[in-house]
Design a protein around this ligand. Structure first.
Ligand code: EPU
Length: 288
């Protein structure tokens, strides 16, 4: 069922964002196909919503259709290979892999969001990104036409892929069997993250991509050096725990977060001559 003027702040971990003009949460690929075809006929832009954990939405909301993937979920293990519905949470997938002693997804410990979203942005961290585990992805394009791409056709790069604008419904991942220390490793990675990142606050995770400097200096370190920890604008605030996280302390608006983003970028540019790129996805009205 299609909803009108659905408040997107309810679906983002930032708790920020105005309404989607139309909102649909398909249970089957066929339902998704029909929604895409109708949107194409109307000439409406379509945006894909995964877990909403890495997303900043315009206070004015967005025009056209938003498709949520939360109902397209499920996992089927065949030995060390797993078929996963795009709307499955990464945490659930990681849990089931650990139970089976399958390794390869340890780097997803503490990473929120859905499998589809994670694949589209090649989510990960110091312990690897999800793209390296992909055998293939399948789904529908904007016009509702089916596609299936092997890993090499997905264009995985650091925190990105060439899957933008496509609607991934299912992913096939190759894991590795026979390891009995996976659970301990996952626990350790998660424990370290909990002490260095504000995981329970309303936020969209890391704001900027790491710039890939030869010395390995991270975006968080650079933002920390230029004094941004604790800086506020309205209810938005650079975390005092990790400067690459912006938190919503209550009723922060998208414009508050964008102000902090500009300030962070400006200070790092002034001090280091470096232009940080956004890691968070931003949906602006009229952008699509
Ligand atoms: N640091 C500071 N001050 C800060 C923040 C960090 O000095 O305010 C220093 C840390 O002490 C550390 C270094 O910067 O020496 C790197 O920090 P961290 O280990 O937290 O890793 P990161 O590079 O900031 C990356 C990913 C995270 C992922 C972690 C752990 C990016 C942009 N960030 O963070 O991903 O969780 O590694 O694997 O690639 C996300 O994508 O939303 C995210 C949080």
């Amino acid at each position: 069922m299609e909803l009108k003027d659905y408040p997107l702040r309810l679906r983002t971990s930032f708790r920020i964002g105005g309404p989607a003009e139309r909102f649909v949460e398909p249970e089957t690929e066929e339902e998704l196909r029909r929604a895409l075809v109708s949107a194409a006929e109307r000439g409406d832009p379509v945006r894909a919503l995964g877990g909403g954990k890495n997303l900043l939405v315009d206070d004015r909301g967005v025009e056209g259709l938003v498709v949520a993937f939360s109902r397209l979920k499920g996992m089927t293990f065949r030995g060390p290979t797993v078929l996963v519905g795009a709307g499955t949470s990464l945490a659930a997938l990681l849990r089931q892999s650990v139970v089976r002693g399958l390794s390869g997804l340890e780097g997803m410990a503490g990473v929120p969001g859905t499998v589809g979203g994670a694949v589209r942005m090649n989510a990960g961290g110091a312990h690897g990104a999800i793209g390296s585990r992909v055998r293939w992805v399948r789904g529908l394009d904007r016009d509702g036409k089916a596609f299936r791409f092997g890993r090499d056709a997905c264009g995985f790069v650091y925190r990105g892929s060439s899957l933008g604008g496509l609607f991934v419904t299912e992913v096939c991942l190759d894991l590795e069997p026979g390891r009995d220390d996976v659970a301990a490793q996952v626990d350790e990675i998660y424990r370290r993250k909990r002490t260095s990142q504000p995981l329970s606050a309303a936020s969209a995770g890391c704001t900027f991509k790491n710039p890939g400097l030869p010395g390995g200096e991270s975006a968080g370190w650079l933002l920390d050096q230029v004094g941004l920890k604790g800086m506020q604008r309205g209810d938005a605030e650079f975390s005092v725990l990790h400067a690459n996280f912006i938190l919503n302390r209550g009723a922060a608006r998208c414009t508050d977060v964008e102000w902090l983003i500009r300030e962070g970028r400006r200070r790092v540019y002034d001090h280091y001559g470096l232009d940080l790129a956004l890691e968070v996805e931003v949906w602006r009205r009229g952008d699509n």
